[in-house]
Design a protein around this ligand. Structure first.
Ligand SMILES: Cc1ncc(COP(=O)(O)O)c(C=O)c1O
Length: 377
């Protein structure tokens, strides 16, 4: 492709088609930026806008109040000793793995772990061992299996995904943290789907490290991640450059800048508020699940009753319809889109993930009605 005016015009006039749809894709529901935040962002859109009054350490900038946010507010919000911002949950996990281990060490993860835990471990040169889940239909991970596997593989780091990104299972992370602390193994909790949605205390979870994702669960534009660290690890994780004494090596000198951090900060009051209403979200989800399970051939897998907005749905009925529908396995995606709903991957019918997080009751009812109508095709 050559760069000419007509090609460039395609970039000038980009529109987001999905804006007018109800989006039930779990990875997108917690990253919707509220209107109040959007109004502030314009002023900060220039590349290094946050750096106007930087004296050399980004997380110590006083105007805008980055220092207060990173060093006072977030540690209190997460009940953790120290926090840094990163480019995402995956970067936070990589930073921990890279700082505390040496190549060929083992990291122990749950079988439901997100692919980024595996890729981060690969990048850090680590071996990966998994704690198996209980299989169909709940896919739960048992704390005792962690204990056994720790004794067997002697990991350098233990990771738990809380909740996991497939089933939304909230496993007994406190117990696993207790086991890790008794066995003196550092313990990281991946809270990409929980920090910013539900109350999280690193101390209560017995975590050495907690990891969050601004664009997934904290109403931020991103890319931005959270890394919370227990005091005893601060020196290792936040070690400084030998040559540039105020720059932290793992952050490559500075954490995220510009819109990612400004949107995270501006949305934060809204996030604090919504976390207080987490129980209402769970109630809404249970209502949704109950209603769609009235359709014969639809079943929620994973922990029951669900305790998270992300859920894994088994839908035999949609699979059956796909076998005779002229659009084949793309029928579900097409039919939902016709009804103003997106977020289930094109081609999926047998199983899919779904979230109703922050949807209004009438929007949830619209999704339920759509499922009911489609099941009658
Ligand atoms: C459980 C889980 N962890 C981590 C991630 C990655 O988050 P990030 O994009 O902030 O690296 C995801 C993204 O889908 C996820 O579902």
């Amino acid at each position: 492709m050559t760069i000419n005016e007509s090609n460039l015009n395609r970039f000038r006039a980009m529109h987001r088609e999905s804006e007018k749809y109800i989006n039930i894709n779990p990875i997108q529901r917690g990253g919707i930026v509220p209107e109040k935040t959007k109004r502030v962002l314009d002023e900060w859109i220039n590349g290094y806008s946050v750096c106007d009054f930087c004296e050399g350490i980004l997380d110590c900038i006083k105007s805008p109040p980055v220092y207060e946010f990173v060093h006072k507010v977030l540690p209190e919000f997460l009940d953790v000793d120290a926090v840094r911002l990163t480019d995402g949950a995956r970067e936070s996990k990589f930073i921990v793995m890279h700082s505390i281990s040496k190549p060929e060490d083992t990291v122990l993860v749950d079988q439901n772990a997100h692919y980024t835990s595996f890729v981060a471990a690969e990048r850090a040169g680590l071996r990966i061992e998994e704690v198996p889940n209980s299989g169909y239909p709940e896919f739960m991970i048992d704390a005792d299996r962690y204990a056994e596997k720790i004794d067997e593989v002697k990991p350098r780091l233990v990771i738990v995904t809380y909740p996991d990104g497939n089933y939304g299972n909230l496993i007994d992370v406190q117990e696993i943290g207790k086991i890790c602390s008794e066995k003196e193994i550092p313990f990281l909790v991946n809270c990409a789907y929980s920090i910013g949605r539900m109350p999280i205390s690193a101390k209560k979870l017995n975590a050495d490290f907690i990891v969050g994702s601004g664009h997934k669960s904290m109403a931020a534009s991103g890319p931005i991640g959270i890394l919370g660290v227990k005091e005893e690890w601060e020196e290792i994780i936040f070690r400084k450059s030998e040559k540039f004494g105020n720059k932290e090596v793992e952050l490559l000198g500075c954490g995220p800048r510009g819109l990612p951090i400004i949107s995270l900060m501006t949305s934060f009051p809204y996030v604090v508020d919504r976390v207080k209403k987490w129980n209402e979200e769970v109630e809404k989800t249970r209502y949704f699940i109950k209603r769609i399970e009235n359709i014969s051939g639809i079943k929620q897998l994973g922990e029951r009753p669900t305790r998270h907005d992300l859920n894994f749905i088994e839908s035999k009925i949609f699979y059956e319809i796909s076998q005779r529908h002229k659009k084949g396995r793309f029928f579900l995606y097409n039919e939902l889109k016709k009804k103003g709903i997106v977020g289930i991957k094109p081609g999926l019918t047998k199983n899919f993930k779904i979230s109703t997080y922050q949807l209004k009751k009438d929007e949830i009812n619209k999704v339920i009605d759509a499922f009911e109508e489609i099941s009658n095709l």
